[in-house]
Design a protein around this ligand. Structure first.
Ligand SMILES: O=c1ccn([C@H]2C[C@H](O)[C@@H](COP(=O)(O)OP(=O)(O)OP(=O)(O)O)O2)c(=O)[nH]1
Ligand SMILES: [Mg+2]
Length: 181
């Protein structure tokens, strides 16, 4: 059986901690931020201006939309951690319930799915990133070592006619498997 965490090469000497479960029966391994980080509030001026402009019936240009859209882009917070697991398992990343309550942080992807073939991929060594979006009105400071999410190992099932041979090898993450956009 293979199920363990390791620190990626880039952070080998950074004094990171491997994810830990906080209590005896905790399901989730808590992940810490690998670096200090600022998560900007989504309520940036350009986003507010766009909302007001729309409200007033102003004509918005494509550039107005694009600039405002940037304020809504989630950030990928590095953890410096990779996860090894069995072939029929994945690691489910979830928010901590204190995330929204204390810091107005959400995982915009709902849950993160870390595939077993992500570890040691050629592009980023399988480093796990946590997508976070700050819907509060103030920027949020994350300090290195702060717990920003949790990972739960899960089994998954496949269909009867699921053919392994026609599948590509994973080389990266975040849209690497062929979406055009
Ligand atoms: O919150 C997340 C979600 C995903 N990943 C990494 C691990 C995962 O194995 C890989 C691909 O994730 P997913 O399949 O959910 O994203 P995708 O948009 O389909 O990307 P791809 O085309 O690379 O599969 O990205 C993270 O580090 N954090
Ligand atoms: Mg995918």
């Amino acid at each position: 059986m293979t199920r363990r965490f390791a620190i990626v090469t880039k952070y080998q000497d950074a004094g990171l901690h491997l994810p830990k479960r906080a209590t005896k029966q905790a399901a989730g391994y808590d992940f810490e931020a690998a670096e200090d980080f600022i998560l900007p509030t989504i309520w940036k001026l350009n986003f507010i201006k766009l909302l007001f402009g729309l409200f007033k019936g102003e004509t918005m240009t494509e550039t107005d939309y694009l600039t405002a859209d940037q304020a809504l882009k989630p950030l990928l917070v590095p953890t410096g951690i990779k996860a090894y697991m069995n072939h029929d398992e994945y690691l489910m990343l979830a928010n901590r319930s204190s995330g929204p309550l204390k810091r107005r942080l959400i995982l915009p992807n709902g849950v993160g799915v870390i595939d077993a073939d992500y570890a040691d991929n050629e592009s980023n060594e399988g480093e796990i990133f946590i997508q976070l979006l700050n819907f509060g009105v103030k920027d949020v400071q994350i300090k290195k070592g702060e717990r920003i999410g949790q990972g739960i190992f899960m089994p998954f099932l496949v269909t009867d006619d699921d053919a392994q041979d026609s599948k590509q090898d994973r080389v990266s993450g975040f849209g690497s498997t062929g979406d055009k956009k």
